[in-house]
Design a protein around this ligand. Structure first.
Ligand code: GUN
Length: 297
């Protein structure tokens, strides 16, 4: 039961609905004189979480008026076959955005595949050209998870200016692009990025006015590691065994929610937090892709 002194939730359901409503309205206007945006998703193998993510993306897209197709390839698809498909999608003028769901099977080099996606269709923002643009401060596609976190903050009137922001996790998908976004002159946070080799992680996290956990380890940040009144953003989505549930597992974040909530100022739940924002920002990027394609046609 939440206590009166508990942190207010940063409610990903409500905040992402607001984004979806905006994108839907923008697409309704766009389709007055253009065809609907089209997103092509590529899923390789049978990773259950990846399948669920792609299904979620298809559902969200349909809700706002984005058309989708999903290429579901066998786990043993060769890298060359996958690259051939990506090249076909790049060349297809009826496709605006391309998303290759990660992780890919071990025999496929993820970087080679990411590099093959046309930067103008790279709605994930993972291509080096798009990451370089972000780092330079002239972004085209912003990776959806960090983009969603920035959107959550701005829609909740949380201004990172002057905050000590500590990000736990240095991935190309979350930690590194988020550090760049928080450093921009529009955000003005002071950013520390911690990782698995950080000495005395807790000494860093305890200083954080804004703490972002993106390390992929269930509930490993507890109240002891969090500053009183901090804003706490949980990017983790970890499955832990729960034999008493229908699915046999439940989802928990990287933050030990129950102990941290009473100490925090604001906190995101899992599920129902950042993950929904990630999905919503992909929609915005896909509309952007349709606009870019129309401009360059
Ligand atoms: N796997 C985990 N997160 C993501 C994401 O944002 N995009 C893609 N393509 N794969 C992912």
């Amino acid at each position: 039961m939440p206590d009166a002194s508990d942190a207010d939730l940063l409610d990903g359901q409500a905040l992402s609905q607001a984004v979806r409503d905006e994108v839907k309205a923008d697409i309704a206007t766009w389709t007055d004189d253009h065809r609907p945006p089209f997103l092509s998703a590529v899923l390789v193998g049978d990773n259950a979480a990846s399948k669920a993510y792609v299904r979620g993306k298809e559902k969200d897209a349909a809700e706002v008026g984005i058309e989708t197709e999903t290429h579901h390839l066998d786990a043993d698809t060769s890298q060359d076959e996958l690259l051939d498909l990506v090249h076909d999608l790049n060349d297809d003028a009826s496709i605006d955005g391309i998303l290759v769901q990660l992780p890919l099977p071990d025999h496929v080099d993820e970087r080679t595949v990411i590099d093959a996606v046309s930067p103008s269709k790279d709605v994930d923002g993972f291509h080096p050209e798009n990451l370089g643009r972000l780092m330079r401060g002239t972004p085209r596609y912003i990776p959806a998870t960090p983009y969603g976190i920035m959107e959550m903050l701005s829609r909740s009137d949380i201004d990172p200016e002057g905050m000590d922001a500590v990000i736990v996790g240095r991935s190309n998908i979350v930690g590194k692009p988020l550090a760049n976004l928080l450093l921009r002159r529009t955000a003005n946070a002071t950013v520390t990025v911690c990782h698995s080799r950080t000495k005395d992680l807790a000494a860093h996290t305890r200083r954080a006015d804004l703490l972002v956990a993106a390390a992929g380890q269930a509930a490993f940040i507890d109240a002891d590691m969090v500053k009183e009144h901090a804003v706490v953003i949980d990017v983790g989505i970890n499955r832990v065994d729960a034999p008493s549930t229908d699915r046999g597992y439940r989802l928990v974040g990287d933050i030990d929610f129950e102990t941290v909530r009473p100490k925090a100022h604001r906190i995101t739940p899992v599920p129902g937090g950042v993950g929904l924002m990630t999905r919503a920002m992909l929609l915005r990027n896909t509309l952007k892709a349709a606009r870019l394609r129309a401009e360059s046609a």
